[in-house]
Design a protein around this ligand. Structure first.
Ligand code: NI
Length: 177
């Protein structure tokens, strides 16, 4: 277990597609210790979520969840969740626009459009297969983290650069709480 260094934008690992984890390896010490490190690192940095490439590991593993989050003070609790080889199999037509940050982008934030509801297929940390329908901020977090596994950063998804900048500046403009 441990806190890892966060890889920041500019490192090519963030632009690569991560490899699938072999399902039989999920219970292994190697994969379990990556999951623990991701959780520890996410909590240390108050992340809403964290994907393995963000700690320099090119595997399709992500974690998310929090009781309360100072980076997203308006959002309610989301249970701590691990997803392995996640696939979003359906996106709702309804999209919501909202500000997102990213630990790999330090304090930069911008508005990103995401499907309001998604249907998700993935493996959990025990190697069990799950399918779930998820809405709202949790769906936003999952779409953000799955993007990391595909080598996509939020900047590439921002439709409006008038709504992009450093957290402090956006707060001063009352763009974010
Ligand atoms: Ni991110």
């Amino acid at each position: 277990m441990g806190i890892k260094r966060i890889v920041r934008a500019g490192d090519p690992i963030l632009k690569n597609k991560a490899n699938e984890v072999s399902v039989k390896d999920i219970p292994s010490e190697k994969i379990q210790s990556i999951i623990h490190d991701l959780i520890d690192t996410m909590k240390q940095h108050n992340g809403a979520g964290l994907a393995a490439p963000q700690v320099g590991i090119g595997l399709q593993i992500l974690v998310y969840g929090f009781d309360s989050n100072p980076r997203y003070p308006g959002e309610g609790p989301i249970p701590l969740t691990t997803l392995i080889n996640p696939k979003i199999i359906k996106y709702s037509d309804e999209q919501l626009i909202g500000f997102e940050g990213c630990l790999s982008l330090d304090t930069l934030r911008g508005e990103v459009k995401r499907a309001e509801t998604i249907e998700l297929s993935a493996y959990n940390e025990k190697g069990g297969h799950i399918t779930r329908i998820i809405s709202g901020f949790e769906a936003r977090v999952i779409q953000h983290e799955v993007d990391h596994l595909m080598g996509t950063l939020i900047i590439e998804r921002m439709p409006n650069f008038d709504k992009f900048g450093f957290t402090e500046e956006l707060k001063a403009q009352n763009q974010i709480p």
